[in-house]
Design a protein around this ligand. Structure first.
Ligand code: GDP
Ligand code: ZN
Length: 350
């Protein structure tokens, strides 16, 4: 593959004002009839989230500090003590905040109620880690090749989207590398998920994606190398972000970004790119609940002999029958079983 690396000319385009955030079209849309997520119950009654007039947006929290877009610039701010616990603030990328400025001292003094929230389990301990808030879409980016499509990664993103009440958009990139139309995504189209085939090489699908994302906030999700940075460049060529060859990444994704970024693209398209989302563990789901997030399996499960059928070993299981007849793709069923196996029976949050 030829080297498409480009020099970083300008990192951001600042054509946006904080007041835009309160415009009506920023309200999260409803997906599959779910109510807009307001976070956990605990958070709803958490008095630290308030009705305020924000004048900044958190880009990257950093211990008891945070990079905040304030006054048209990204500024490093202190975070008021009451918004911190044990050396870390409660802020997440996308939080709308009040910044008090006294000369050079900038302090985040208040944070607005959240309208949506995307979380995963923290690496250490069974704690929730909030990855991004106040977003309308999750762009679940996969590639037809280079890297190879991993069904489990996409399914985990879709579960996280459902839990966070955030509308997923499946972006299948690098279509120029496929010899024929890939069939493995048919199952997602059949589930009525928005799915867009794109190529940053040929420009396929980019206009459609741009139209879908206009005047909304999206968070980018996807393994390293699928083309997330390239998609931002295609949506807004002036931004000219640096992309990397897939071979540049080691197994642990050494080259991946380590801080969150908020990009303002033309057409009111805001995109949060956050390292937290690359490999998303499933948060707040028990083994028994996984089927609820596979709508096709849940529908088949209505016909199982046992009401509490796990669809793994029971006799009279309509799901296993469907796999045998080919009505349910085996790869889909395997993904269900794998995610199920990775979880405990009891949610850490129960
Ligand atoms: P990211 O890690 O997800 O941000 O991926 P990058 O945007 O850095 O892209 C990784 C590599 O894939 C780079 O070499 C890109 O030039 C290449 N790439 C991105 N999109 C496409 C595409 O649609 N087709 C092809 N053939 N290569 C692409
Ligand atoms: Zn069953």
């Amino acid at each position: 593959m030829k080297d498409r690396r480009r020099k970083k000319r300008r990192v951001r385009k600042r054509d946006w004002s904080v007041n835009d955030l309160d415009a009506e079209n920023r309200q999260p849309r409803r997906f599959r009839g779910l109510d807009v997520g307001l976070g956990t119950e605990a958070e709803d009654i958490d008095e630290r989230f308030e009705a305020i007039q924000p004048n900044g947006v958190v880009v990257s929290p950093y211990g008891v500090l945070a990079f905040v877009e304030f006054d048209g610039q990204e500024r490093l701010c202190r975070v008021a003590e009451r918004l911190c616990v044990g050396g870390t603030s409660i802020l997440a990328p996308g939080d709308r905040v009040r910044v008090d400025a006294q000369q050079d001292d900038l302090c985040v003094s208040a944070v607005q109620h959240r309208q949506s929230k995307l979380s995963r389990p923290a690496t250490k301990g069974q704690r929730e880690q909030v990855i991004a808030v106040n977003v309308d879409h999750i762009l679940c980016v996969v590639a037809v090749a280079q890297p190879r499509f991993k069904v489990g990664v996409l399914d985990r993103f879709l579960i996280a989207a459902d839990i966070g009440h955030i509308r997923p958009i499946v972006v299948v990139n690098k279509t120029d590398l496929a010899e024929e139309a890939p069939r493995e995504f048919d199952v997602y189209r059949d589930l009525n998920l928005p799915i867009i085939f794109t190529s940053c090489e040929t420009g396929e699908g980019i206009d459609r994606l741009r139209t879908l994302l206009e005047n909304s906030v999206s968070v980018l999700a996807g393994q390293s190398g699928v083309g997330k940075t390239s998609l931002i460049n295609c949506l807004h060529p002036d931004i000219a972000l640096e992309t990397r060859e897939v071979s540049d990444y080691n197994e642990k994704g050494r080259h991946t970004t380590t801080v969150s970024r908020l990009y303002h693209l033309a057409g009111g398209i805001d995109i949060i790119d956050t390292p937290g989302i690359r490999q998303l563990g499933v948060w707040d789901v028990t083994k028994e609940e996984v089927a609820l997030y596979f709508p096709d399996i849940a529908a088949l499960g209505e016909h199982c002999r046992f009401r509490d059928c796990s669809h793994t070993h029971e006799p009279g299981c309509a799901v296993q029958d469907a796999v045998e007849t080919g009505a349910l793709p085996a790869v889909r069923y395997k993904s269900y079983c794998r995610i199920r196996d990775s979880l405990d029976s009891k949610s850490p949050w129960a």
